[in-house]
Design a protein around this ligand. Structure first.
Ligand SMILES: Nc1ncnc2c1ncn2[C@@H]1O[C@H](COP(=O)(O)OP(=O)(O)O)[C@@H](O)[C@H]1O
Ligand SMILES: [Mg+2]
Length: 323
């Protein structure tokens, strides 16, 4: 299952992504956390000791070369753009698999969360339909990922325009919108909800840093039924931010229980590979016509393999063992 955490800067996307991933890992569940935010802080919030993994966004050519495998419709890594869909011959991966992508681009924390990072990017990387865009690495990864219930990919994302410029925002089973009880917090929610509604994207709002009943009432009033749950302002999180030792046992019971509610919401989502496949193709066609054909000098719509079915049936187990 794939979960994105989006929201206004400072709302708590990184904090909640990390706490959610740690919560799952503490239940013994396989979880990959992906840092796709502008500011790369997820590793720290996950308590990763030692080196962060090499940034996927800095090795796009290798990533593309691996995933394209021997798919005859993709002429070269250079002709593979972030929306290029997998087809027969493409390599697919499982979350936390022992394939070259996970081996090279992830590191595990002491609690067992695996971390993958895009690498830092500047505002200049955002919004532009640039096929070198680093966040494109995450989209390529998610397009070639075959995941099932009981295993989790948690993505700490920006709510910025880049996710909408491509198909990235449609790659998740659930998008958690983190909202502080402020007008700005809920205005990002409204924006996101509008886009999401057009694409059948499931969103749940998780309130954050709630301090009193007035805060909660504000969220209820502005978010309505989309409000799944909230986390209170957490002294334990603040202590962690101040550099004090932190384990999940330190998190307040109400906040811990909120994370469990998020998990239930994720688990309740049906895996819809049909929608996933349709949207992959739809965004690829749009991207190809808007800029990618011109940029690559090829008709990239021809990369779509009509015989390919998305989902577990097509998991390709053969392929290179090195990258
Ligand atoms: N529930 C919470 N309780 C206390 N502090 C929080 C909580 N959630 C987030 N914070 C703090 O708010 C700040 C911004 O959070 P962060 O996760 O970095 O936001 P974002 O990733 O959305 O920019 C951080 O200092 C973080 O520790
Ligand atoms: Mg962040």
């Amino acid at each position: 299952m794939r979960v994105a955490f989006v929201g206004k800067g400072g709302s708590g996307k990184t904090t909640l992504s990390a706490l959610f991933a740690r919560h799952l890992a503490s239940a013994g569940l396989p979880v990959l956390a992906v840092d796709a935010d502008i500011n790369q802080h997820l590793g720290m919030t996950l308590g990763l000791e030692g080196e962060t993994p090499p940034p996927m966004g800095g090795h796009l050519a290798d990533v593309k070369e691996y995933f394209r495998g021997d798919n005859p419709r993709i002429s070269s890594a250079a002709a593979m753009v972030k929306t290029t869909p997998p087809g027969r011959g493409s390599r697919l991966v499982r979350p936390c698999g022992d394939d070259p992508i996970h081996t090279r681009f992830t590191r595990a924390t002491a609690e067992g969360v695996r971390l993958m990072v895009t690498g830092p990017f500047s505002e200049a990387d955002l919004g532009v339909a640039c096929y070198h865009s680093k966040i494109g690495a995450v989209e390529i990864y998610l397009n070639h990922l075959v995941d099932e219930g009981g295993e989790y990919v948690v993505v700490d994302m920006t709510a910025g325009a880049d996710a909408f410029a491509s198909g990235l925002f449609t790659r998740f089973d659930l998008t958690v919108l983190v909202a502080e009880p402020t007008r700005q917090g809920v205005s990002v929610y409204r924006q996101y909800a509008e886009y999401a509604a057009d694409y059948d994207v499931a969103i749940a709002v998780v309130g954050n840093k709630v301090q009193n009943p007035t805060d909660l009432a504000f969220l209820r009033e502005n978010v309505g039924d989309d409000l799944l749950i909230h986390l209170d302002h957490s002294p334990a999180v603040r202590a962690m931010e101040q550099g004090r030792a932190f384990t999940m046992d330190d998190l307040e019971p109400t906040n811990r229980s909120a994370l469990e509610t998020v998990r239930s919401a994720v688990d309740a989502r049906p895996k819809d590979w049909g929608r996933f496949g349709r949207q992959t193709v739809e965004f690829h066609i749009r991207n190809a016509r808007a800029w990618a054909n011109l940029a690559t000098g090829e008709d990239l719509v021809a990369q779509i393999d009509p015989e390919f079915t998305f989902g577990p049936a097509d998991l390709c187990t053969s392929g290179a063992t090195t990258l």
